[in-house]
Write a protein of this length. Structure first.
Length: 492
RNA sequence: CGGGAUGUAGCGCAGUUGGUAGCGCACUACGUUCGGGACGUAGGGGUCGUCCGUUCGAGUCGGAUCAUCCCGACCA
C-alpha cells in the first residue's frame, strides 16, 4: 500500500489525467485551458450542487444570479482586489464581427469597439456590491444572504484539468451584515458548512483554519479555508470563506441607517467552492482501477451486471434484478442495471470500477438457481455471495460502511503524514516527501516568503479544529518566538 | 513571460542513409464466445500542425509560425 502510493506519486500527474480520461469525466476543450465536463462527470457535480444547495438553504441563504460581464470601472474600485485579479482577466472589447474585406473569413469589426470594456467575471464581488448598494438602505434590509451558482473565467498561465481551468463552475456566496461580529460569524459558519460537506459527503478529511496574510483572498481581512491532502501528500485548498470587513462596502459606498439613525458601512463575507472539488475527489480516493466514489456522492450507488448465455437467461435474471432494483430504490438508493447485451461481464466490471460505483451486484444462472447474488465493494475490491432475500437491508448497511471506510482510509493516510517539525534542516528534508509539517512560525509574511522561496512550501493554514497546537516555541526559519504551530505543505 | 519537450487515423505510438505511410486499441460486418477488460476472418478510416525553402522527389533536411504538454512565476 505504502509502496503503491509512493510509486504513484512519482508519476501522479500522469496517473491523475489518465484516470480522468479513462473514467470519462472530462476532457480538454478546443478552447485554451477550458474543459468539457462529460455527462458522468457532470452528474457528480450536480450531486455536489444539490447537497451544498440544501446546506445553504438550511443556513438561511437564497440563490440569485448576477451578470457575466463586469464594466471595467466597477472592477477597479477596490484596489487590492483589482491587483489580485488584473493579471488573469478576459476582456471584451468589441461587440460585432464582419466579413473580412480581403476575403480572409471573419474579422472583428473595428467600428464596434465598446466605449467601456467589459471584464468576464473572475469572481463577482464587484458587480454584486454595486448591486447591493441599491438593495440596502436600512438596518431592516440586513442581513443579505445570497448565493450564486455560476461560471467564472481566470486566464491562468498554466491550467490543469479540474484543478485550474480557465473557465470553471462554482458557487459564490456574498453576504452583507450590520455588524462585524455577524459577518465574522457568517465566515465561520460557512467554512464549517464546507468542512461538514467535505467530511460527510466527499469523505474528505479536511483541516479548517485561517490563511496567512500572503495566501489571503485579494481584498479580504481574513480568509478561512478547508485544506485537504491528496494521495501524493500535496495540499489542495478545497474551499474558502472570506471575511471582507468593510472594504467592499467602502469601495462601493454601501451604507445603511442604523436603529440609532446613523449612517454605517455594512460588513461583508464571500465564500465559494468549485469544480476543483471533483479533482479533490479523484486524487484523494482514486486507485489504480479508477475512481472510488463515496456512496453519498455517487450518481449510481449500486450497479447490477447480469451474466448470461442465452436470451432466456438474460430475461429471467433481469426480472429478478428489476425486483431488487425496486426494493433498493424504495430505500432511497440510486441503482443502474447494465443490460447491454453486446458487452461481456468482465468488461462491464472493469468499466464500472473505473467510474467508481460503490457497490456492484452480479447475478448469473448459478445465483438465479441458488437465490443468491455476488456483492462487490469498490473501496476494498472484496467480493462475497449473499442471499437475495432481504438484500436491500444489507446493501444499506454496506453503503454506510463504504462511506465510513473511504473517509477512514483518507483520514489515516493524512494522519500518517502529519508531523511536528522543529528543525530547519529536517524541514527541508521532509517537506518534499509529501507531508504536512506542523511548525512554529513568527507570523511575518517575510518569513513565510523566505520559506516558500527555499522549499516551495507554503502555510496551508493556521489550524482551528484539527492539529491545533497552541504552545510556545521558536520559528522554524527565523528562530523568533511563536505561540502556535501552523500547517506547512506543498500545494497544488 | 523564461527553461525543456512534442505535433503522423478517434486515442496511444512507430517510421532507418530523403523514394510516395504503418502498428496497437477503438470502429463496421459475419461467425464462435459470454462468472474479471474474448477470439477469428474480412473491411473502413490520413492534405504527416501550418507556411516557406532545398531537392527529380520531403513525414524525414533547413527556416518561420501556430498549438499542446511538462518545469518555474500566478492561482479556487
Amino acid at each position: 500500500m505504502a509502496d503503491q502510493i509512493t510509486k504513484r506519486s512519482e508519476n501522479y500527474s500522469q496517473w491523475y489525467s489518465d484516470l480522468v480520461m479513462k473514467a470519462d469525466l472530462a476532457e480538454q476543450s478546443a478552447v485554451r485551458g477550458c474543459m468539457v465536463i462529460k455527462p458522468y462527470g457532470y452528474a457528480i457535480w450536480e450531486k455536489m450542487q444539490r447537497t451544498l444547495d440544501d446546506m445553504f438553504k438550511a443556513t438561511g441563504h437564497t440563490n440569485a444570479y448576477f451578470p457575466l460581464f463586469i464594466p471595467k470601472s466597477f472592477f477597479s474600485k477596490e484596489a487590492e482586489h483589482v491587483a489580485g485579479f488584473a493579471k488573469e482577466c478576459a476582456v471584451v472589447t468589441h461587440h460585432r464581427l464582419m466579413n473580412d474585406p480581403e476575403g480572409k473569413g471573419v474579422v472583428v469589426d473595428p467600428a464596434a469597439k465598446l466605449e467601456e470594456e467589459l471584464i468576464v467575471r473572475p469572481t463577482s464581488e464587484t458587480i454584486i456590491w454595486s448591486t447591493y448598494k441599491n438593495w440596502i438602505t436600512s438596518w431592516r434590509d440586513l442581513p443579505i444572504l445570497c448565493n450564486q451558482w455560476a461560471n467564472v473565467v481566470r486566464w491562468e498561465m498554466r491550467t490543469r484539468l479540474f484543478l485550474r481551468t480557465a473557465e470553471f463552475l462554482w458557487q459564490e456566496g456574498h453576504t452583507a451584515h450590520a455588524t462585524s461580529q455577524e459577518a465574522i460569524e457568517e465566515t465561520q459558519r460557512m467554512v464549517q458548512v464546507y468542512a461538514d460537506f467535505a467530511r460527510n459527503f466527499l469523505a474528505l478529511p479536511v483541516i479548517v483554519g485561517h490563511k496567512s496574510p500572503n495566501e489571503r483572498f485579494a481584498g479580504a481581512l481574513d480568509t478561512m479555508t478547508i485544506e485537504a491532502m491528496m494521495q501524493d501528500g500535496k495540499a489542495l485548498q478545497a474551499g474558502t470563506s472570506h471575511f471582507l470587513g468593510q472594504n467592499f462596502a467602502k469601495s462601493f459606498d454601501v451604507m445603511y441607517t442604523s436603529k440609532e439613525g446613523k449612517q454605517e458601512y455594512v460588513w461583508a463575507t464571500s465564500w465559494g467552492v468549485s469544480t476543483r472539488l471533483m479533482g479533490a475527489l479523484i486524487m484523494a480516493h482514486g486507485d489504480d482501477n479508477g475512481l472510488v466514489l463515496p456512496p453519498a456522492l455517487a450518481p449510481i450507488q449500486v450497479v447490477m451486471v447480469p451474466i448470461f448465455k442465452t436470451a432466456e437467461e438474460h430475461e429471467a435474471i433481469l426480472d429478478k434484478m428489476y425486483e431488487l432494483k425496486k426494493a433498493l430504490e424504495a430505500k432511497g438508493h440510486s441503482v443502474k442495471i447494465d443490460d447491454r447485451d453486446t458487452l461481456r461481464p468482465g468488461f462491464k466490471f472493469a468499466e464500472w470500477e473505473l467510474k467508481g460505483v460503490p457497490v456492484r451486484l452480479a447475478m448469473g444462472p448459478r445465483d438465479l438457481a441458488a437465490g443468491t447474488v455476488e456483492v462487490h465493494r469498490r473501496d476494498t475490491l472484496e467480493k462475497k455471495t449473499m442471499e437475495l432475500a432481504g438484500l436491500e437491508n444489507s446493501i444499506e448497511g454496506l453503503l454506510d460502511d463504504i462511506q465510513a471506510n473511504i473517509y477512514k482510509k483518507a483520514f489515516d493516510f493524512r494522519e500518517s503524514r502529519v508531523e511536528k517539525c522543529d528543525s530547519w534542516e529536517e524541514f527541508k528534508e521532509k517537506i518534499g516527501t509529501g507531508k504536512f509539517l506542523l511548525c512554529h512560525w513568527d507570523g511575518t509574511p517575510e518569513t513565510e516568503q523566505a520559506i516558500k522561496d527555499a522549499t516551495k512550501a507554503t502555510i496551508r493554514c493556521i489550524p482551528e479544529d484539527s492539529f491545533v497546537c497552541e504552545e510556545e516555541g521558536k520559528d522554524i526559519f527565523s528562530g523568533k518566538p511563536s505561540s502556535r504551530r501552523v500547517v506547512f505543505g506543498i500545494a497544488y
